[in-house]
Design a protein around this ligand. Structure first.
Ligand code: SF4
Ligand code: MG
Length: 336
């Protein structure tokens, strides 16, 4: 990859009914430099899929910039998306046609995209060779070309959709909950495959997930979203080992831990950290996490915390980030 994905002060509003609008993304900025893997983590409703959608021409951008290199992605529909940008979704059926063999599905973009390019001259034989090479690359045998999506296991199907995303040799791959539907052991295999491909092919990757342990495995930088805003960002190490934002601390504590004792400690601490949720009101100028935060003070309900340098080298949006108790040593074990 040679270009950088730049998302700058992104706002996305969805209309609800005739008059109301819901702000799904509220001023998110992030960058994916060439060849880097950046993770966006958040629970459902955090706006993380909408961020992905804004890059892929699937979400309406209300304000802010979304560009890849010099290409402005805001006005592009899903069909005009540059071929350097591809996606892998949670549900492989969204990228695999159940009525077509995998071989046909993989050759199809080679046929249509090739028209008018130097690959335009490619005949059937070289397409077949490219398809076979890609199948091998993602750990499926050449016989997979003759099978239909329903004939694959969940993990094989996700391998197939990765092949579908990579066949046009993209530079940037957006993965939205790409392993979330899979069993844990299969998840690890697919994550390792993605990591291997990312490094071997020099791909840039924007990895969207609700699961901090997944993103810690794959991303060098992590952005934590909550209710459409960035709570914390920084290196994967600093976000996972020394989380500065009370919300990130909560995420780290809920991540699966190998050690059962650590898990029990985490549960106890998580319960202490979680007062009963108050009714959600529109955000306005408050901290989005104020209704769940054990450290909230009056200021948190009246003034929007801006991203600022965090005590551990990343950035954090919390008025009290510098006065919070130090992150307890016993929770420093990184998510499994
Ligand atoms: Fe908690 Fe206040 Fe920090 Fe928000 S700004 S996370 S409510 S302490
Ligand atoms: Mg989602």
């Amino acid at each position: 990859a040679t270009a950088e994905l730049v998302i700058d002060d992104l706002h996305v509003d969805y209309a609800i009914g005739h008059r109301k609008r819901r702000r799904a993304v509220d001023g998110v900025s992030l960058r994916v430099p060439p060849g880097r893997a950046v993770g966006v983590v958040g629970e459902s409703g955090s706006g993380k899929s909408t961020v992905a959608g804004a890059v892929l021409g699937l979400a309406p951008v209300s304000a802010g910039a979304v560009r890849y290199g010099t290409t402005d992605l805001r006005e592009l529909g899903r069909r005009d998306r540059p071929q350097q940008i591809q996606a892998v979704f949670q549900d492989p059926y969204s990228s695999l046609d159940p009525t077509k063999t995998l071989g046909y599905t993989l050759a199809e973009p080679l046929r249509s995209h090739a028209a008018g390019t130097e690959r335009g001259g490619r005949g059937r034989e070289s397409r077949t060779a490219a398809v076979d090479a890609m199948l091998e690359r993602v750990g499926l045998g050449p016989e997979a070309a003759n099978r239909y999506p329903a004939q694959f296991s969940g993990g094989q199907r996700q391998r197939a959709s990765i092949a579908r995303a990579l066949i046009l040799r993209p530079e940037l791959v957006i993965c939205d909950e790409a392993v979330s539907a899979l069993d844990l052991s299969v998840q690890a295999q697919i994550l390792n495959l993605l990591l291997e491909l990312q490094q071997d092919l020099g791909l840039s990757m924007l990895f969207i997930t609700h699961d901090l342990s997944v993103v810690h495995h794959i991303a060098e930088e992590i952005v934590v979203l909550y209710r459409g805003r960035i709570m914390e960002s920084g290196s994967a190490e600093s976000v996972c080992r020394t989380p500065s934002h009370p919300y990130t601390q909560r995420l780290v504590m809920s991540a699966p831990a190998r050690d059962i004792a650590v898990q029990r400690e985490r549960r106890a601490r998580r319960e202490a950290l979680t007062p009963p949720p108050a009714r959600l009101s529109p955000l306005g100028d408050a901290c989005p996490f104020a209704h769940r935060c054990p450290y909230a003070v009056d200021r948190c309900r009246t003034e929007r915390p801006l991203l600022q340098p965090s005590p551990h080298g990343g950035r954090v949006a919390c008025h009290r980030a510098h006065e919070l108790p130090p992150w307890p040593h016993m929770y420093e074990e990184t998510p499994a």
